[in-house]
Design a protein around this ligand. Structure first.
Ligand SMILES: NC(=O)c1ccc[n+]([C@@H]2O[C@H](COP(=O)([O-])OP(=O)(O)OC[C@H]3O[C@@H](n4cnc5c(N)ncnc54)[C@H](OP(=O)(O)O)[C@@H]3O)[C@@H](O)[C@H]2O)c1
Length: 313
């Protein structure tokens, strides 16, 4: 797969990233079985074989189990690490109680540093390549975050930093305090969720040379062959019109709806990097084909128009 520079930093990676959120096959760590773990490891190998080099994690994915499964792949074949860019995230905490208390956010220096050290142990690596703040903490103190980043970078535990689900104004506030580049903003972006086109996120990525990493690029499966499990915010997505337009275009172009939906993201001049979330080896390969698919301006707008709830002004 073609390689691209990530933000204005020193790292490059494959045009599409592989997302590790679903690797455990469950959200509940007590439900992990040897079969699920083996399937997760097979998915990682399928992604490596298909040419993905950026792997996206978070400390909370199945409460650390996804990082652990990935770490087992590296433990079995340590030479794989050299060809990878490993990204993970921190900043969301779930109080450890079985009643399912709500998440809360924590960008304190102590939490950022401790969470990184735990991720390094689970992933079985010395360094995280891109460390991202997962969701804005309403109590974010940019100077405190910058101090945590500085400590992690100086100790060699992290190469570069990014954010996720940040509004442009929040990126700016943090960037004023942090001396290095924020290389990514990871947000939801797909034909079923067009907000980054309108809310200034893509404009900022263009202006500041940040990479927009697009999570749920197939709307959790609603733009593919059906959703396994989607986030509560995605449940109401109505994708019937987009699906119909994708199917017509896929037939005309001799490709798949999945590849087209991802190629639509790749066309944006900001250099959007979709994070593919399938755990099915054939679908992981199918998604990689999007990297070789180029849409015309006409095709891009046809899909946008089908995706918008109201006509273009
Ligand atoms: N920063 C954040 O807040 C945030 C939030 C959510 C996700 N993420 C990141 O984004 C990544 C991707 O998110 P996502 O998993 O929701 O992405 P997605 O690619 O939109 O959805 C993947 C889901 O769609 C299903 N699917 C159905 N048809 C498919 C097809 N034709 N091709 C591929 N998949 C198909 C997959 O099932 P099968 O596995 O059976 O193929 C899988 O359950 C995550 O792994 C994570 O790294 C970040």
């Amino acid at each position: 797969m073609q390689s691209v520079r990530i933000g204005s930093g020193a790292l490059s990676a494959s045009r599409l990233a592989y997302g590790c959120w679903r690797l455990a096959g469950t959200w509940d760590p007590t439900e992990l079985t040897p079969e699920r773990e083996a399937a997760g490891m097979r998915a990682v190998h399928a992604a490596i074989d298909a040419g993905y080099t950026l792997f996206d994690h978070a400390d909370i994915y199945c409460q650390g189990v996804c990082e652990t499964i990935f770490g087992r792949v590296l433990e079995a074949t340590p030479s794989l690490r050299a060809g990878m860019v490993i990204a993970t995230k921190c900043g969301i905490r779930r109080p450890n109680d079985p009643a399912g208390a709500p998440y809360r956010y924590d960008f304190s220096r102590e939490h950022i540093v401790a969470s990184c050290e735990q991720s390094l142990r689970r992933l079985r690596v010395e360094t995280v390549d891109i460390y991202q703040l997962h969701r804005p903490d309403y109590l974010m103190d940019p100077a405190e975050v910058a101090a945590a980043f500085d400590a992690l970078q100086r100790s060699g535990k992290v190469r570069e930093f990014g954010v996720s689900n940040f509004r442009p104004s929040q990126v700016t506030a943090l960037q004023r305090a942090w001396k290095g580049p924020l290389v990514v903003n990871q947000v939801e972006f797909s034909l079923a969720h067009l907000a980054p086109l309108e809310d200034g996120t893509l404009d900022q990525c263009l202006a500041e040379s940040m990479t927009l990493m697009a999570w749920s690029p197939l709307a959790g499966g609603k733009l593919g062959d059906g959703s396994r499990r989607v986030l509560p915010s995605q449940e109401g997505y109505d994708t019937a019109r987009i699906q119909a337009e994708l199917a017509t275009m896929a037939h005309a172009r001799g490709t798949t709806r999945t590849a087209l939906a991802l190629a639509w993201l790749l066309k944006h001049p900001a250099g959007v990097m979709p994070i593919v979330g399938s755990t099915d080896p054939a679908r992981i390969r199918e998604a990689a084909a999007a990297a070789d698919l180029s849409l015309s301006r006409e095709e891009w707008y046809r899909l946008l128009i089908a995706a918008r709830p109201v006509p273009l002004p």
